[in-house]
Design a binder for this molecule. Sequence first.
Ligand code: HEM
Ligand SMILES: *[C@@H]1O[C@H](CO)[C@@H](O)[C@H](O)[C@H]1NC(C)=O
Ligand SMILES: *[C@@H]1O[C@H](CO)[C@@H](O)[C@H](O)[C@H]1NC(C)=O
Ligand SMILES: *[C@@H]1O[C@H](CO)[C@@H](O)[C@H](O)[C@H]1NC(C)=O
Ligand SMILES: *[C@@H]1O[C@H](CO)[C@@H](O)[C@H](O)[C@H]1NC(C)=O
Ligand SMILES: *[C@@H]1O[C@H](CO)[C@@H](O)[C@H](O)[C@H]1NC(C)=O
Length: 430
Amino acid sequence: MSTLKLTLFSSIFLLVSSRINTYTWPDPKTDILEAIYYQQSGYDGRRFGFFVRSCDIGAGNIGPGRTNSAEWVRTAYHDMATADVEAGTGGMDASIGFERDRPENVGRAFTDTLLFFEDFMSVHSSMADLIALGAVMSITACTASASQRPIYLSFRGGRIDATGPGPLGVPEPHQDLATHINSFKKQGFNVTEMIALVACGHSLGGVNGRDFPEIVSVKNDSTNIESKRNFDTTQTVLDNNIALFQRMIDTVPKTVQLSGVIAPISVKPNNIFIAVKQDGNMTITGDIRTTTGWHPYSPAFECHVLSSFTVEVIDDGQSTVYTNGGAGFPIQTDIIPQAGLSCGTIFLGTSYSLNLTVAVRDDFQLQQVILTIPIPIQQAGSIVPRFELYIQTMQRTKTLNGTGYSFRGGLKDIGMPFQLWKGLGSCSLD
Ligand code: HEM
Ligand SMILES: *[C@@H]1O[C@H](CO)[C@@H](O)[C@H](O)[C@H]1NC(C)=O
Ligand SMILES: *[C@@H]1O[C@H](CO)[C@@H](O)[C@H](O)[C@H]1NC(C)=O
Ligand SMILES: *[C@@H]1O[C@H](CO)[C@@H](O)[C@H](O)[C@H]1NC(C)=O
Ligand SMILES: *[C@@H]1O[C@H](CO)[C@@H](O)[C@H](O)[C@H]1NC(C)=O
Ligand SMILES: *[C@@H]1O[C@H](CO)[C@@H](O)[C@H](O)[C@H]1NC(C)=O
């Protein structure tokens, strides 16, 4: 086991570091969601929370008179509201993607919110998880003020996106009380909880007269083209009813098992790439994120074989060794993706082609190396894509004499230039 030594020169706080670290790296089910949640700004900042920095109408929002955070919370409720808790169906499942043209889902909030989240989708970050995370971060933003501590709901992952619409179920303003009581009962909330949840939800944002002229009069105001009038409730309502909000985002179909609470890991390797070179050396490059900042190292060292490493952080003369729960940060050298030999090309903005190379250990004498690529597929009736696994046998392209490795390649035309692939570099033109 080797130790990477990092000396910190600056302390930039990116993370909420007060929580307990519970998982060991790597964990594909958690790594991506953890990054989207906790890496907001700075190097490799995902900026998911950038658009819900505040609860106000004004700069940073999607349009005049609109409030992103309120729209994200409303989207979460409308997605969840088609749950039938007794039957164990529906809940936070991104079915809202199929339900946008229903009268119960009037407004632009849903389409705009889903389009924003789509950029963050992957097989390990479902739209339903992103809707839940959006609500979590909006509630934090809306409670962070000089006078009070922000609220952090617990964020779990593992939600699975629906492949079709749910039943009707979102309460509408013109319905009577009995209908509302029944809707909430189906969603798993009794009358006390219903009153509290509506009060909570409606302490954010407001009603726009363009969509609901019977509630709010339409104004002729270019700075408020939606004739929005904000709800008039105090933030303390939110404070007192956290448990309801938590239940809203954690209501999932009975077939779905949510993960544990996702807390930030204190030291996290990222973008770790090992290049197998002609001379038999391997070069490892990558980033190490610490609670106080990022440390890209490239190339940190050269060596033949490496199975794991630990990280020693020296900050202000103080040394702390991180061991990833004891076993070190593992490095896998049996089948190694070759980032420098892999790339993506966009053709005329209409199709996207992947060209991937992996180095495979010869002494394993593998008959076949199978490449599995999750391809985003547009779903009829929804703006949320689903993933289909594309499977291909990788062909041997090159033997690297004396290294113990040979290369295999795979090519796939994805057909759609989804943002989801933006992580991979472009193929060079030569
Ligand atoms: C009887 C149940 C409910 C009714 C009839 C209802 C109705 C409405 C209506 C008519 C609006 C205005 C939407 C617009 O102008 O675009 C609104 C906004 C909103 N609702 Fe509800 N709602 C209910 C329950 C809830 C619940 C349980 C939550 C969340 C926990 C919630 C969250 C919100 C939020 C955050 C907004 C503001 C959206 C924005 O400012 O863009 N609502 N609601
Ligand atoms: C609703 O459930 C809560 C527990 O979550 C309970 O305290 C409350 O009394 C119940 N209200 C009604 C009207 O049943
Ligand atoms: C809206 O206001 C503008 C300027 O204040 C005015 O020119 C316009 O006629 C008004 N439109 C209506 C429909 O009242
Ligand atoms: C590996 O890298 C080292 C250091 O750059 C070099 O001295 C050595 O010749 C390289 N090749 C092999 C086969 O070790
Ligand atoms: C794919 O990448 C490999 C390695 O970089 C390269 O040799 C090959 O020509 C590429 N194939 C295509 C079709 O671009
Ligand atoms: C690799 O070795 C094979 C035989 O073992 C030989 O035919 C081939 O020319 C060698 N390739 C290179 C690039 O040295």
